[in-house]
Write a protein that binds this ligand. Structure first.
Ligand code: FES
Length: 176
């Protein structure tokens, strides 16, 4: 499924956000946060970063270094849904690798150059790993769009992915 709104944000929208933050340098973090939140694919396109630099009268490298320093900023499009898989010791022992393998095969994503996190080419799903959810007694633990699920199994997780993708397709169909 392709989306026609995955490029840079419209300059008017960027200007609107910037207008709310008149401080020249101190507000950059808040501006980038708002812009990322506003983007349908929850990321900061390079063109948007360049525009922020231009509007604030700052060097593009300065804006770029803020965006790369904080891990909560995404420089690549994110999926509409995010699944986080715990890779801590307890979850690893109880099969988190199997969950990751299941997610890759269910979403049709290639295992990418040793990088565990991935986003499917259709931007429906982003899979990430975390060090520990602090819920080790419930291992293996995953979160699906911020809802934590303990004692996850490969089958349950695959079913959940199919439900998410089906819901997204139904939503798209009802719009067209
Ligand atoms: S190791 Fe997975 S929740 Fe702690």
């Amino acid at each position: 499924m392709n989306h026609d709104n995955d490029g840079p944000l419209a300059p008017e929208k960027v200007d609107e956000v910037i207008a709310g933050y008149p401080n020249k340098t101190g507000d950059v973090l808040s501006i980038l946060e708002s812009l990322q939140e506003m983007h349908p694919l929850k990321y900061l396109p390079m063109e948007t970063l360049a525009l922020v630099a231009q509007r604030k009268g700052l060097a593009p490298s300065r804006i770029f270094s803020v965006a790369t320093f904080y891990s909560f900023f995404n420089l690549r499009p994110q999926g509409r849904h995010t699944i986080m898989v715990c890779r801590g010791t307890a979850c690893h022992t109880r099969g988190s690798s199997l969950l990751m393998a299941g997610l890759r095969s269910e979403s049709g994503a290639e295992y990418d150059s040793g990088e565990e996190s991935f986003t499917t080419p259709d931007n429906e799903l982003t899979v990430r790993t975390v060090a520990c959810f602090g819920q080790c007694a419930l291992a293996p633990v995953v979160s699906v769009d911020d809802d934590i699920h303990g004692r996850m199994t490969d089958m349950k997780l695959r079913r959940r992915v199919r439900e998410l993708i089906r819901k997204e397709q139904n939503d798209e169909n009802s719009k067209s």
